[in-house]
Write a protein that binds this ligand. Structure first.
Ligand code: HEM
Length: 495
């Protein structure tokens, strides 16, 4: 009897302790919408348009608000000032990424960069990327691939230009960036019709869908069976296995001693580092495959989406289109191709791209972060393991910071020194701090080269019967925000 009473008392004390611990750690959180027990705010969220929904919430609850995602605490930041507080003043605290089932499984469980928590593996892979992959040593070869592929595209469009048919620029530009990325990463592309193309694109399509998929167990533990019943675990396992075989084939081809000599691409650089044991971690094939996955996740869609959004904004703003074409065509003698040197004298083109990345950024909520320890942000207590969303979409359209924020007006960047390099928190399409996009320079170099040449060689017209208001700017939900409806335009050679 005595021992039963003792046990009950112990349980009571433990429950009270747990209650107070939770009360103390979650005390004075930012305000937020009221949720339901267990699921919190999950039922209120529309995953396809989170950045818009979060913008609406921030109008009610302020520039920092809380969400309860099942049993997980989250905060959303929607002002440049607080973005600076989390991404600069508390950069190391928020340098983790949330570990989500599908993302982890498909990206070799922490063997890559984008979704891997802060730690030794992430630090070493990031160093490898910056020092060995994006370095100037290989930069000139990557640049020659970019130029070759952009020239090929210009030739293809020229053939269309004479027939005055409309061109699906969305499709063309996705194919171009996919070719450039695959050639730089794997040394070959998958754009020619046939089995290889359909296998690669089939796998990539499913992979991207799964990265965006909502797994209940990520927010409410012990509900993994729901995801299993929904068939998600099976889909993840299948996609992972098939993509793993695909990467292994590439590695085997590059390890083949009889392989014809060719320029080093990313997979060769990584294999060399592994062979020479030059890395501070034991670089495994999983790490190499993880970095290849990163190239596909991070490089292809972001570059093509930005190029399509720029052309969309230009066709809707003929004044800007005229002005940028005048700048580009003022290069003197007729050129066969504009290269990276020519582009340095196009400040207005650079401003046009910045303005596109302000209004139509490919990752409106950046890539979510997670706090490694408790901290205080804007006077609120933020517990450890809180998911952080930075609503860059809202920040980059904030009327308190930007004059006429919804207007496409590149001149604003000619008159100011604001840049997207992670120092100006009102413009952060590439993020900021330790986890800022390491592909920033490569992305900008590709986008500038593509657009300069498209605008130099062709006049772009709306399809017959359409007016500029018919071209929509709706975003397709996805890991990268593409234009929902493909952009069709007609190309004419300038007279
Ligand atoms: C991360 C945007 C192109 C590789 C990121 C992040 C953003 C971003 C917002 C998260 C940053 C943060 O958490 O603060 C973009 C945009 C691009 C682009 C807008 C093009 C317009 C590229 C390219 C590559 C690349 C071309 C590779 C060649 C990566 C990688 C990460 C990353 C590896 C993960 C970094 C980490 O977590 O440490 N990118 N990106 N990105 N990006 Fe990009």
């Amino acid at each position: 009897m005595f021992s039963l009473l003792f046990l009950l008392l112990l349980c009571l004390i433990l429950s009270l302790l747990m209650f107070f611990h939770k009360y103390i750690t979650t005390k004075h959180l930012p305000p937020g919408p009221k949720g339901l027990p267990i699921i919190g705010n999950l039922h209120q969220l529309d995953i396809s348009k989170l950045y818009l929904q979060f913008s609406q919430f921030s109008k009610i609850y302020g520039p920092i608000f809380s969400l309860q995602l099942g049993l997980r605490q989250a905060i959303v930041v929607s002002s440049a000032e607080i973005a600076k507080e989390v991404l600069k003043n508390n950069d190391l605290v928020f340098s983790n990424r949330p570990m989500l089932y599908g993302q982890q499984k498909l990206t070799y469980n922490g063997s890559e960069m984008v979704f891997t928590p802060y730690g030794e593996v992430w630090r070493e892979l990031r160093k490898i990327c910056v020092v060995h992959i994006f370095s100037s040593k290989h930069g000139s070869y990557y640049s020659s691939i970019r130029m070759f592929e952009v020239k090929k595209m210009i030739k293809k469009i020229s053939e269309h230009a004479s027939s005055s048919s409309n061109i699906n620029l969305s499709e063309l530009l996705i194919s171009l960036s996919s070719t450039i990325t695959c050639r730089i990463a794997f040394g070959k592309s998958y754009e020619d019709e046939g089995h290889e193309r359909s296998r690669f694109h089939g796998l990539l399509h499913e992979f991207q869908a799964l990265l965006m998929e909502f797994f209940v167990a990520d927010y409410i533990p012990f509900t993994g069976w729901i995801d299993k019943v929904r068939g998600l675990h099976g889909r993840v396992d299948r996609n992972f296995k098939e993509f793993d075989e695909f990467y292994q084939e590439i590695i085997d081809q590059h390890l083949d001693p009889n392989r014809e000599h060719s320029e080093e691409v990313i997979v060769d650089v990584l294999l060399k580092l592994k062979k020479q044991n030059l890395s501070s971690i034991d670089l495994t094939f999983d790490h190499i495959k993880g970095v290849l996955v990163d190239m596909l996740v991070a490089a292809t869609d972001t570059t093509s989406a930005t190029s399509v959004w720029t052309l969309t904004a230009l066709i809707k703003n003929p004044r800007v289109m005229n002005k940028v074409q005048q700048e580009i065509r003022k290069t003197g003698a007729r050129k066969e191709f504009l290269d990276e040197n020519d582009i340095q004298s196009f400040p207005y083109l650079k401003a046009v791209i910045k303005e596109t990345l302000r209004l139509y950024l490919p990752a409106p909520l950046l890539v979510p972060r997670e706090s490694r320890e408790k901290c205080i942000i804007s006077g609120y207590n933020i517990p450890a393991n809180t998911i952080l969303y930075v609503n860059a979409w809202a920040i980059q359209r904030d009327p308190n910071v930007w004059k006429n924020p919804d207007e496409f007006y590149p001149e604003r960047f000619l008159e100011s020194s604001i840049n997207f390099l992670g120092q100006d928190f009102e413009l952060i399409p590439f993020g900021a701090g330790h986890r800022i996009c390491p592909g920033l320079s490569m992305a900008v170099a590709s986008i500038e080269l593509i657009l300069a040449n498209l605008l130099y060689f062709f006049d772009w017209k709306l399809p017959d019967g359409l007016v500029k208001e018919d071209i929509d700017t709706e975003m397709l939900p996805g890991i990268t925000q593409h234009k929902k409806n493909p952009l069709y335009l007609a190309a004419e050679s300038p007279t």
